[in-house]
Write a protein that binds this ligand. Structure first.
Ligand code: PLP
Length: 312
């Protein structure tokens, strides 16, 4: 199993499945863009069976490129419409397993020490007082960071969106590999702001760290975390068993105890009490078909490398 969420949840899922079925799981955790690259590189000799978790865009790209298999689970009937719309968009090759909104977490002590008001908007992250004090991942490896790239393009328009990323670059101390790493850094005060999925900041806020999660005032994007079966899977029957099981309420309930507070895709699965309330946020109408398409992902990532990452 190639696993795209946080390590702790990955281990809880593989352990629970092994216990329930006796089927041994070899699990590897990687960021979304890295799993996509691995599945593509292994296409002629697949080593993975199922790709569970991580942002939906690279799952959609893999679907379009024929790297994953069509599958219809009997559990589909119990899923929220947004999870099925992901399955429809992928022509049955991926399905939604959870949803979460993008935002950021800020270290309350650092923001106070800099004499800044509490940030509420994307625009607030451009303040020169935040120079070298904002972290976000690299969108090539991280699904979180690609969600940011696609979000600002949809929210502001492409030209203004790239202007925003150029201005933000002045405040970025480093582009991390993993999407959630900046939340931990902000909770420890290693950076004033970490741009992450809001639920990744909540993890540290609920344990009492001085970090506050923000759903940006201008509006924000979100992810439909997804699952796909890899084409050429050597253990296809077991991959399907895992897939069906992973969509059940019992399996989806394993997220919260593993400190993952996404909204599950099964209507009968409990929503973690700590999950950020997506209904209270200003969410953009994220175009998953467009921004999960191979051509658009390649184009935007190439442009980001050239116009943003290459800046001094
Ligand atoms: N962490 C959580 C809790 C997520 O929901 C996701 C995406 O689904 C990620 C991390 C993504 O990780 P990355 O940005 O490293 O691909």
């Amino acid at each position: 199993m190639y696993c795209g969420v946080q390590e702790e949840w990955c281990r809880a899922m593989s352990g629970a499945f092994e216990k329930e079925t006796g089927i041994k799981v070899a699990m590897t955790r990687k960021s979304a863009g890295e799993v996509y690259a691995q599945v593509k590189a292994e296409a002629s000799n697949p080593r993975g069976d199922v790709w569970w978790g991580g942002t939906g865009d690279p799952h959609l790209q893999a679907a379009e490129e024929g790297l994953t298999l069509e599958y219809e689970s009997p559990v589909n009937k119990d899923l929220h419409p947004w999870a099925i719309s992901q399955w429809d968009a992928a022509k049955k090759r991926t399905v939604g397993i959870y949803a979460g909104a993008l935002g950021y977490g800020f270290n309350t002590q650092q923001i106070k020490a800099k004499g800044l008001a509490e940030p509420k908007c994307w625009a607030d992250l451009l303040d020169p007082k935040l120079k070298d004090d904002v972290q976000v991942a690299d969108p090539n490896s991280s699904g979180t960071a690609y969600t940011l790239l696609a979000t600002v393009v949809q929210l502001m328009g492409e030209d203004k969106g790239f202007d925003y990323l150029r201005a933000l670059h002045k405040n970025i101390s480093q582009y991390t590999k993993s999407g959630a790493a900046p939340a931990k850094a902000a909770s420890l005060g290693e950076t004033a702001v970490g741009i992450v999925f809001i639920h990744d900041a909540v993890v540290f806020a609920v344990q009492g760290d001085p970090i506050k999660p923000v759903a940006p005032c201008e509006g924000t994007g979100y992810e439909i975390g997804s699952m796909s079966i890899i084409k050429g899977a050597r253990n296809l029957d077991n991959a399907k068993k895992f897939y069906d099981w992973a969509l059940t309420p019992a399996a989806q309930a394993l997220g919260a105890p593993a400190k993952s507070y996404q909204v599950p895709s099964n209507k009968n699965a409990p929503v973690p009490a700590q999950a950020p309330k997506m209904s209270e946020m200003k969410l953009i109408n994220y175009d998953f078909v467009k921004y999960g398409s191979s051509a658009e992902r390649v184009r935007l990532l190439t442009k980001w490398d050239k116009e943003i990452k290459a800046l001094p």
